[in-house]
Ligand binder design. Structure first.
Ligand SMILES: [Zn+2]
Length: 414
């Protein structure tokens, strides 16, 4: 009687301890999961912000592109006008040379005429008689006089012609000057417009720089959040393994009375275990069609088990454990990707196993499974080219980087 009471009390104390520790673990796990969903939300928000910034940046860059196009159009027009201005200036210079030549000619002719007029005046006024007398004859005198007046008359006409010619060229020059002024005004207007566009372009470029700066900050934040998320993932996995191990201990204690984990071992599963305690996860061995590496040399990190008639064949838990994950990897369109339907189990011996591309999942998250228990059926969901079981073994925290080759003694050899 005393012995029975003692056993009963010990049982109660153990029960309370397990119950209490389970609650506290669950609380810690839930806290971690809450924290992770907060971080996930922040990651989504930051991604949305980044998308907004990216859209804004693309739009602004497009505006900058358009401005560059307009500025270059203006530049072409300004260059055209410059060409016109240069040719007008050279025409004007040519006219100026002509005008100068006319002036020189006019002055020369004018001087010559003056001399002749003086000569005539002298002849006419003071030396008329001398001239007359010096003439060998009257006819000689008359012809001399006539000759001089003819020359003067010719010179006067020539001067008038030169003057007219000069005036005509000056008019031409004035008209060219007016055109030049007009082109210059247009060019100034276009340059002003172009400058305004340059200012606008500079402002937009500054805005793009600001957006890039914001983008960098958000990306940095996103990276930090993702790091935090990864850290939480690790903690959650570790906590889950801790819980699984504790449950295993509890199950061992209970096994004497109630039988422990739900579900039963399938009669068809092999009982041959490897030195790590794992059984072959399918009914027959089939064959490993892709091993540790793909034929391309890229790391595969798993064993692909396949063979005739494997589709729909049962998949067995390789050892006793706790189902950490049982889910379908799908994209936003609801299509299977990656592992497709998969189950991830934390085993009480510290190993983890993953079963991918299932047609159907049987094991549920948080469920305990016995070695040889059916956890799903072979399929070809996700990144798979045909029906097969993608089987992974992981060590330690169970993370992706801690995969080991299942054929390195983790799976039984027969
Ligand atoms: Zn595979």
């Amino acid at each position: 009687m005393k012995q029975m009471l003692k056993s009963f009390l010990v049982a109660i104390i153990i029960f309370i301890m397990i119950a209490y520790s389970n609650i506290s673990w669950a609380e810690t796990l839930n806290d971690l999961k809450d924290e992770r969903s907060d971080v996930s939300e922040q990651i989504q928000d930051t991604k949305n912000d980044l998308e907004d910034i990216d859209t804004e940046k693309s739009e602004t860059l497009e505006q900058v592109e358009n401005l560059i196009g307009e500025i270059s159009k203006y530049q072409n027009e300004i260059d055209d006008l410059q060409g016109k201005l240069d040719s007008l200036k050279s025409d004007i210079s040519e006219l100026e040379v002509k005008i100068k030549a006319d002036e020189t000619e006019y002055n020369k002719e004018n001087k010559a005429l003056d001399k002749r007029l003086v000569a005539m005046y002298k002849t006419g006024e003071t030396s008329y008689l001398d001239f007359l007398l010096s003439s060998t004859s009257l006819m000689d005198f008359i012809s001399s006089y006539y000759l001089i007046s003819q020359v003067v008359d010719y010179d006067e006409k020539m001067l008038v012609r030169l003057d007219e010619h000069k005036q005509k060229i000056e008019k031409e020059k004035e008209s060219l000057e007016a055109s030049k002024k007009e082109v210059e005004t247009t060019q100034i207007t276009l340059t002003a417009k172009q400058n305004a566009l340059q200012v606008s372009k500079k402002e937009k470029e500054k805005y793009v720089d600001q957006l890039s700066e914001q983008e960098k900050e958000k990306e940095k934040k996103l990276q930090e959040l993702q790091d935090t998320n990864d850290e939480l993932d690790k903690k959650i996995k570790a906590k889950q393994a801790e819980i699984a191990a504790a449950k295993a201990r509890a199950a061992q204690n209970q096994n004497h009375s109630s039988g422990g984990a739900s579900g039963s071992r399938s009669a068809s599963a092999s009982t041959t275990t490897s030195s790590y305690g794992l059984i072959w996860p399918t009914l027959t061995r089939y064959s490993v069609t892709t091993g540790w590496y793909y034929s391309t040399g890229k790391l595969h990190g798993a064993s692909d088990i396949s063979g005739a008639g494997i589709y729909g064949a049962p998949i067995f838990a390789a050892a006793d454990g706790y189902v950490v994950t049982s889910t379908a990897k799908v994209n936003s369109a609801g299509q299977y990707i990656s592992y497709g339907n998969y189950v991830f189990i934390a085993h009480y011996n510290g190993l983890y196993t993953l079963y991918g591309h299932m047609s159907q999942r049987v094991a549920r998250e948080g469920q305990e499974v016995k070695q040889g228990q059916i956890i799903g059926y072979v399929g070809s969901t996700g990144n798979s080219t045909g029906p097969h079981l993608h089987f992974e073994v992981r060590t330690g925290s169970g993370s992706y980087s801690e995969r080991v080759n299942p054929l390195n003694g983790y799976l039984p050899t027969k």
